[in-house]
Design a protein around this ligand. Structure first.
Ligand SMILES: C[S@@+](CC[C@H](N)C(=O)[O-])C[C@H]1O[C@@H](n2cnc3c(N)ncnc32)[C@H](O)[C@@H]1O
Length: 199
């Protein structure tokens, strides 16, 4: 009897997945490769949009700013350099964690900036007085339980994506065209406690 081509395909796929997961486990054991695949790719917020986000959040020296999914660390590094505040970046990609830490060293703010190689959903962010977000809308929604633990008065500033209607309308919206990419960007501001709409 002839073998079904589907059986052959299944065998090939099974070999591929076993091989890929062994390689991933070996990489992780060697300290290479992410603990798990990030939920989005890295797209950097342009510098002038970062500056506007920090202005909209009214960042001051006493603030502690968290950037879940910090990429190359530009938001926390800029905040620490410009305002003298502390910053915590959270990133899953080991390459970006390295780049963000190097960015903090290069800009002489490594004493005020911590870059955690962690999953954003596993980190307690309740000490943050400012949280910046440039994540997909579904990721923002998944962060709501953590954002609800922020102290009253903490500011949440989101770049381009909101909460899919799960949170009240932002109290402030700023639109700007970045000089770096000539694209219109939107910045949204909320102040804790977040009012979450029932689903
Ligand atoms: C759109 S980029 C934003 C980078 C930076 N915040 C900025 O505005 O320039 C999103 C980042 O989140 C990271 N990321 C995605 N899912 C993550 C997760 N579950 N935990 C930690 N980082 C994650 C990606 O690797 C990527 O660097």
């Amino acid at each position: 009897m002839c073998r079904s081509p589907y059986v052959l395909l299944l065998v090939i796929l099974a070999i591929y997945f076993v091989d890929a997961s062994c390689a991933a486990a070996a990489d992780e054991a060697k300290g290479k490769g992410p603990k798990r695949t990030p939920d989005s790719v890295f797209v950097a917020t342009p510098g002038d949009v970062v500056a506007k986000m920090l202005e909209v959040a009214d960042v001051k020296k006493d603030d502690i700013i968290y950037d879940p999914g910090c990429g190359d660390g530009r938001i926390v590094v800029t905040a620490a350099k410009k305002y003298g505040c502390r910053g915590v970046g959270i990133e899953l990609s080991p390459k970006l964690v390295k780049a963000a830490r190097a960015n903090a060293v290069r800009n002489e703010v490594k004493d005020r900036v911590r870059i955690l190689e962690e999953d954003i959903y596993a980190v307690d962010m309740s000490e943050a007085t400012v949280v910046t977000l440039y994540l997909l809308p579904g990721m923002n929604v998944r962060l709501i339980p953590q954002l609800q633990k922020l102290k009253p008065g903490a500011r949440i500033v989101a770049h381009d994506y909101c909460f899919q209607g799960r949170v009240e309308e932002p109290e402030k919206t700023v639109a700007m065209t970045s000089k770096e990419d000539a694209v219109e960007h939107h910045i949204y501001l909320w102040t804790a406690p977040l009012n979450v709409n029932s689903p």
